[in-house]
Design a protein around this ligand. Structure first.
Ligand SMILES: Cc1cc2nc3c(=O)[nH]c(=O)nc-3n(C[C@H](O)[C@H](O)[C@H](O)COP(=O)(O)OP(=O)(O)OC[C@H]3O[C@@H](n4cnc5c(N)ncnc54)[C@H](O)[C@@H]3O)c2cc1C
Length: 358
């Protein structure tokens, strides 16, 4: 018998279990052999405070100090450049404002990223305080906390059914049965599927696929390592240095379903084409590629709170494309609600409550 059972060993489940384990007896279940196997090992690992809707941006800001040097120290400076082509002036200005970039000259942009093509690129915007997130370190931080606090992690342990009877959950997995007071649904793309298994009405989450290609660096000098992240307008692509090479994403949002996502050549080619349009560099080969699911609620906002019908079923869902950068605040809010502690978030809590779908 445990107090709280968390389903999902990605950033959502690990971060909330890490926090809860300080005050409660927690078990975390992950279906796969390894933690972070799905979306949490496939991200671009960026922290962009002005990304997402207003609610998401509040979570980004509220997470920053925990992630920075004063906290777990997983952020390192990257910066970002938005690039606009001829005839894109209006859209460029709009997106510079929306993502809080300031306009710079194309020649200044070329001082930051030498390969920018000054024939095709006519507009550039820059923002300094955009960061890389050391996502492995963050996942490990919470994993260590769970273990150090005496709670347990079970991998290769998929929840297949759950029953709520006499105030307790009986949770059946493919290997074992667990009894607990509260179940936390942090199952990523599978959150609605898990709800159904628990006899709870799904909320209509939609997994959207996004792909990534890793390509060789433009040259061997290593100078690209300090380049800022580069974006096309309307996220036609983004690219950034990664592990000695570059990653390039077509930034697509293809409607999908919960599964082990993989990239297709057409999507990767679109991203590389958009990237090549703005640089003096042609990609000769793809070193590796992958895709992941960014799972959104119908209003593209996080869902954090007890279910309206069964108040021992907790949703921590809809992290979309912001699961790492919102994780510190989202897990703090979730653990405060579950433990019945005074909220540090005021009205923000209402805006992410599952009650909005009643
Ligand atoms: C290409 C791409 C780029 C991204 N870039 C960024 C970025 O730059 N910054 C950022 O903050 N975010 C980014 N994201 C988003 C981020 O990766 C996700 O929001 C985050 O990883 C979601 O975490 P999660 O724990 O909810 O889901 P997951 O990591 O998918 O974890 C859910 C886990 O639940 C498990 N599970 C499901 N059902 C069951 C069951 N029945 N029993 C047991 N276990 C179960 C699954 O096996 C899975 O491991 C990106 C995502 C993608 C795909």
């Amino acid at each position: 018998m445990v107090d709280i059972l968390v389903v999902g060993g990605g950033i959502a489940g690990l971060s909330v279990a890490g926090r809860l384990s300080k005050s409660a007896n927690v078990i975390l279940l992950e279906a796969e052999e390894n933690l972070g196997h799905h979306s949490s090992s496939r991200s671009a690992a960026a922290f962009i405070e002005d990304y997402g809707n207003d609610v998401i941006r509040e979570f980004n800001s509220a997470s920053k100090s925990f992630l920075s040097k004063d906290g777990v120290d997983v952020l390192s400076p990257r910066g970002s450049v938005i690039l606009g082509k001829k005839n894109e002036k209006h859209l460029f200005k709009e997106q510079c404002t929306s993502f809080a970039h300031h306009e710079i000259s194309v020649s200044d942009a070329r001082k930051l990223i030498e390969i920018i093509n000054n024939k095709s690129v006519k507009y550039a915007g820059y923002k300094e305080d955009i960061y890389d997130i050391d996502t492995d370190k963050l996942l490990q931080h919470f994993t260590k906390d769970i273990k150090a606090n005496g709670s347990e992690i079970h991998t290769n342990c998929r929840v297949i059914a759950a029953d709520f009877k006499d105030g307790k959950w009986q949770i059946k997995t493919d290997s074992k049965t667990f009894i607990c007071d509260v179940i936390v649904n942090a199952a990523g793309a599978w959150v609605d599927e898990l709800a159904l298994k628990c006899g709870i009405k799904p909320l209509g989450f939609l997994p959207l696929k996004r792909s990534m290609a890793r390509v060789p660096a433009p040259d061997d000098s290593g100078s690209h390592k300090s380049w800022p992240m580069a974006f096309g307008l309307n996220e036609s692509f983004y690219a950034k240095p990664d592990a000695g090479e570059m990653i390039v994403s077509p930034s697509e949002e293809t409607k999908s379903f919960p599964h082990d996502a993989y990239a297709n050549e057409e999507d990767l080619a679109k991203g590389i084409f958009s990237f090549e349009e703005v640089v003096n560099f042609s990609v000769k080969r793809i070193t590796s590629s992958w895709a992941g699911l960014r799972t959104f609620a119908p209003d593209r906002t996080l869902v954090i709170g007890f279910d309206s019908n069964i108040p021992s079923f907790f949703w921590l869902a809809g992290q979309g494309g912001y699961g790492f950068q919102t994780s510190a605040a989202a897990s703090k809010m979730a653990s405060e609600i579950i433990l019945g502690e005074r909220s540090s978030f005021g009205q923000l809590q209402k805006r992410v409550s599952p009650d909005r779908f009643k």
